[in-house]
Design a binder for this molecule. Structure first.
Ligand code: HEC
Length: 148
């Protein structure tokens, strides 16, 4: 009996330790909207665009860099121009950033458009933390992977 209770406690705390990407996304929804559609000309869409990024070589790392460091400068998404600022979320934990990226990859079916999609892990985020970039340098990374 004692063992069962202990087991349940351990399982319970593990579940709590798992970051909830859908909940965390609430802090993105003000700009990118709950539907991931963004606002044309102001905030780029994530729905249907995350897969475009993930299908580029280096796209996966790029998405992690955006969340860690932010992004600033003129970009184009699905033929629409944007020139705003995406805030950095480096204050979040590695597992929270991974959960957020998994949320925006799966919430609108983008993962289905990426061959062999693998969920983001906290370790991948951790590995890119030391590469501290300015939001303008993230824009350079964006160009390097072939986005306009
Ligand atoms: C204050 C508004 C705002 C908030 C909040 C915000 N973003 Fe952004 N995001 C932007 C803008 C604006 C851009 C485009 C920046 C530019 O024009 O250079 C962007 C760009 C991005 C990009 C890169 C798209 C690309 O094509 O390069 C991703 C990915 C992204 N945001 C995800 C998120 C996630 C996930 C969150 C929540 C943790 C979030 N954003 C919160 C405004 C916001």
């Amino acid at each position: 009996m004692k063992r069962t209770i202990l087991g349940l406690l351990v399982l319970g705390s593990l579940a709590l330790a798992q970051a909830d990407g859908a909940k965390l996304y609430a802090q993105c929804a003000g700009c990118h909207q709950a539907t991931g559609q963004g606002l044309p000309g102001a905030f780029p869409p994530l729905a249907g665009h995350v897969s475009e990024v993930l299908n580029l070589k280096g796209g996966r790392e790029y998405l992690i860099l955006v969340l860690l460091n932010g992004l600033q400068g003129p970009i184009e998404v699905k033929g629409m121009k944007y020139n705003g600022a995406m805030p950095a979320y480096g204050q979040l934990k590695d597992e929270e950033i991974a959960a957020l990226l998994n949320h925006i990859s799966t919430a609108w079916g983008d993962d289905k458009k990426v061959k062999g999609f693998k969920p983001f892990t906290a370790d991948e985020v951790k590995a890119l933390r030391s590469k501290k970039l300015t939001p303008q340098q993230v824009l350079e990374e964006r160009k390097k992977i072939g986005l306009k």
